[in-house]
Design a protein around this ligand. Structure first.
Ligand code: ADP
Ligand code: NI
Length: 217
């Protein structure tokens, strides 16, 4: 099978599995991360097939939805890629990226071992910020039955993945606990440039949100 066929069949498979998912982790999230990743990769010396496969498979079994089990994603990715007959070195690299990628709390480092991993992590994080990031955060909050905002409940900077996963706070807190931190955690220059503009959109949104909350705008 050619690389293009492997990528195409993987995209079709992920689309079928994730279409219509309601928490902001649907196929179109994966599609945007894939496009972001290909764009960022143009500026980086990377193996594009690894980047594309990892982008496509990165949320196939997200730990947030598997009780914090971080092996679920890599396991699902491995089983699919092995079925396709993909080279073991590529499978291992893609699975490592899928396992390491996720944000796990403000004070928890999430380093990527390879350039390919850095590109995919940036691509995923770009989809968590800006206009789309705002939409996804409230979609996720609704999915989890959370309120928009509780003025008395302040954000926390989590020290462990377990604390981050267990927190069930209102969605405005998520901006301070994750989304506004992402622009300074980008790995690549291309993503940093895009992140700056998306960050500004969130700042504007929050300013308006608080003004409207108190009836001042
Ligand atoms: P990551 O693996 O880094 O968490 P994902 O692709 O799984 O990235 O997407 C995470 C997105 O899910 C967040 O950017 C946000 O939109 C949403 N999300 C996750 N946790 C929360 C939360 N506690 N409140 C609101 N949105 C959340
Ligand atoms: Ni994602």
């Amino acid at each position: 099978m050619t690389d293009d066929e492997i990528v195409g069949r993987t995209a079709a498979r992920v689309k079928a599995l994730m279409e219509g998912e309601g928490s902001g982790h649907d196929w179109w999230h994966v599609y945007r991360v894939w496009r972001n990743a290909v764009h960022i990769a143009q500026h980086e010396p990377v193996d594009l097939v690894v980047v594309e496969l990892a982008a496509l498979l990165h949320d196939i079994a997200d730990w947030k939805f598997h009780g914090g089990d971080r092996s679920a994603g890599p396991r699902a990715a491995r089983s699919w890629l092995t079925e396709l007959g993909v080279d073991e070195a590529v499978v291992a690299h893609v699975c490592e990226i899928v396992g390491d990628l996720s944000f796990k709390g403000a004070a928890v480092p999430t380093p990527m071992r390879t350039r390919e991993g850095m590109v995919v992590q940036d691509a995923d994080r770009l989809d968590a910020i800006g206009a789309i990031g705002i939409a996804r955060a409230f979609a996720y909050g609704g999915y989890r039955g959370r309120t928009l905002y509780e003025p008395d409940v302040t954000p926390q900077l989590h020290n462990s993945a377990a604390d981050y996963l267990a927190s069930g706070t209102h969605t405005i807190n998520h901006f301070y606990e994750k989304l506004l931190l992402l622009k300074d955690r980008m790995n690549t220059d291309a993503a940093r440039t895009i992140a700056a503009e998306r960050h500004a959109v969130m700042e504007t949104f929050l300013t308006r949100f608080y003004a409207e909350w108190d009836g001042e705008a």
